[in-house]
Design a protein around this ligand. Structure first.
Ligand SMILES: NC(=O)c1ccc[n+]([C@@H]2O[C@H](COP(=O)([O-])OP(=O)(O)OC[C@H]3O[C@@H](n4cnc5c(N)ncnc54)[C@H](OP(=O)(O)O)[C@@H]3O)[C@@H](O)[C@H]2O)c1
Length: 232
């Protein structure tokens, strides 16, 4: 990440510019310029309208120059009970989280590769690390996005551009306000701090809170028969 003498990036672009986590990350990085792109944001951006992504990024770069950090923060949780029986709703979750993410990440990666520097932060989730019965539609969308982002990070090696995959657990935001609090729940500010440190250290994957790294390394290997009996 290119930073000034105080360790601050020049320009941070948040895709999903009203996301509580995305805004907290921008604040924690304290860049010279923060650009918010989303529905109803200063820069209009619809993750679902994949054919528009190239034009949005081109217009941002034409006006503001190189992008130091781009945060892929848009996402929908869906409603598992409805999504698992309504194919159009299940597809809608995939369209935003996975297809929108794949398109935006590819457009941004091409830009960062051409610049020869810059970081793409992808908001994944522990929900994608081991997909659970209770939210498998959302979890599958995040599993796909996570795998895609890891692969993209590999292709960018040596280009100067990087990908940081962020895997939060339960975060208190608009997205989760109707849900009961989960174990190890955290805040957007704490996710932002983990992200800031991850960018500064050149990490490829971070968990928020950090303890989830160890919890998930166990959970992802629990045999299916036992996993389905766990209260997760
Ligand atoms: N909260 C958690 O527990 C948690 C945990 C792990 C990962 N995450 C991930 O972290 C990211 C940020 O979530 P958050 O917790 O900050 O939730 P949030 O405050 O609800 O932010 C999500 C944002 O995504 C935007 N969005 C949804 N569909 C979009 C579309 N088609 N085009 C453009 N923007 C769209 C929403 O825009 P509108 O304001 O226009 O609706 C909203 O601002 C998401 O990818 C989420 O899956 C969240």
């Amino acid at each position: 990440m290119v930073t000034d003498a105080l360790g601050r990036p020049g320009t941070v672009l948040v895709l999903g510019g009203r996301s509580d986590i995305g805004l907290a990350i921008a604040q924690a990085l304290s860049p010279r310029t923060t650009l918010l792109a989303g529905r109803g944001c200063p820069i209009e951006f619809d993750a679902d309208d994949v054919s528009s992504h190239q034009g949005v990024i081109d217009a941002v770069v034409a006006e503001h120059g190189d992008l130091d950090v781009v945060v892929l923060a848009f996402g929908v949780l869906g409603d598992q009970a409805v999504d698992e029986v309504d194919p159009s709703r299940a597809v809608a979750v995939m369209r935003t989280n996975l297809l929108g993410g794949v398109s935006a990440a590819t457009v941004v990666a091409n830009q960062l590769r051409a610049q020869g520097h810059g970081s793409l932060v992808v908001l994944s989730s522990v929900a994608g690390e081991r997909v659970r019965r209770s939210n498998y539609v959302y979890g599958a969308s995040k599993a796909g996005l996570d795998g895609f982002a890891l692969g993209l990070g590999e292709t960018l090696r040596g280009s100067g551009a990087k990908v940081l995959v962020v895997r939060p657990g339960f975060v208190h935001t608009k997205m989760t306000q109707a849900l009961p609090k989960a174990p190890l729940a955290t805040t957007p500010e704490k996710v932002a701090e983990v992200t800031r440190k991850g960018l500064a250290s050149g990490a490829e994957v971070v968990w928020a809170p950090g303890a989830l790294r160890f919890v998930m390394s166990v959970l992802r290997h629990v045999p299916r028969g036992l996993f389905r009996r766990l209260p997760v």
